[in-house]
Ligand binder design. Structure first.
Ligand SMILES: O=C(O)CCC(=O)C(=O)O
Length: 194
């Protein structure tokens, strides 16, 4: 297993993915990668405490306000992983052609050793991890409805992750990736206004 990465299978299996999806105002963003504008192959939403700001793919984003069903999940996530969470990136993979490319959650806003807690709901998808300094070393996990994946310590420095496209018929999947913004863009600690 990868150091700093753990899965709690079925921790949220009682949740209804369709009900959670309805509570979220999904958007499809256009981002700039290597100077080229691309439409993200998934829908997303960012919720969090007021006063936070997060730069993602060169675009500064302000979070939308928390909604009750997500607050309930957040509070359980914080209990289970023993870390505070002041924001969540929500992703909706509508089918097997929706995906997330290789990256690490290593933005300066998250501090040097972030705890990232990710809840999967709906259809199962393959989640891949590869070593940052040796891409050939990789592993795959199937994340199923209700699973809680926790990544902490050095894991965002040592590993990258992705959700690849698949030709298999897969049901829509929601992923809620909770995190805590604790620094400004330059890595200096901040006191968020709530
Ligand atoms: O959908 C997933 O399991 C991964 C999401 C992710 O990598 C992210 O939000 O940074």
């Amino acid at each position: 297993m990868v150091s700093g990465v753990a899965v709690m299978p079925g921790a949220f299996s009682q949740l209804d993915a369709a009900r959670i999806s309805e509570a979220i105002d999904w958007q499809q963003h256009t981002i700039t990668i290597f100077g080229r504008k691309v439409t993200e192959p998934r829908l997303s939403a960012w919720l969090g405490d007021s006063g936070l700001s997060y730069v993602y793919s060169g675009v500064e984003r302000k979070p939308s306000a928390w909604v009750k069903p997500i607050v309930e999940i957040r509070d359980t996530v914080m209990d289970l992983c023993g870390a505070g969470m002041n924001s969540v990136l929500c992703n909706l993979y509508r089918n097997g052609q929706d995906s997330m490319g290789w990256h690490a959650d290593n933005e300066p806003e998250l501090g040097p050793q972030p705890t990232i807690a990710s809840v999967s709901l709906g259809g199962a998808r393959r989640f891949r991890l590869r070593r940052t300094d040796h891409h050939a070393e990789s592993i795959g996990l199937d994340l199923r409805h209700g699973d809680l994946l926790i990544m902490r310590g050095q894991s965002q420095r040592q590993w990258q992750h992705c959700v690849p496209k698949t030709r298999r018929a897969v049901a829509p999947r929601i992923n809620l990736t909770f995190r805590s913004i604790i620094c400004d863009r330059k890595g200096a600690p901040i006191c968020p206004v709530s």
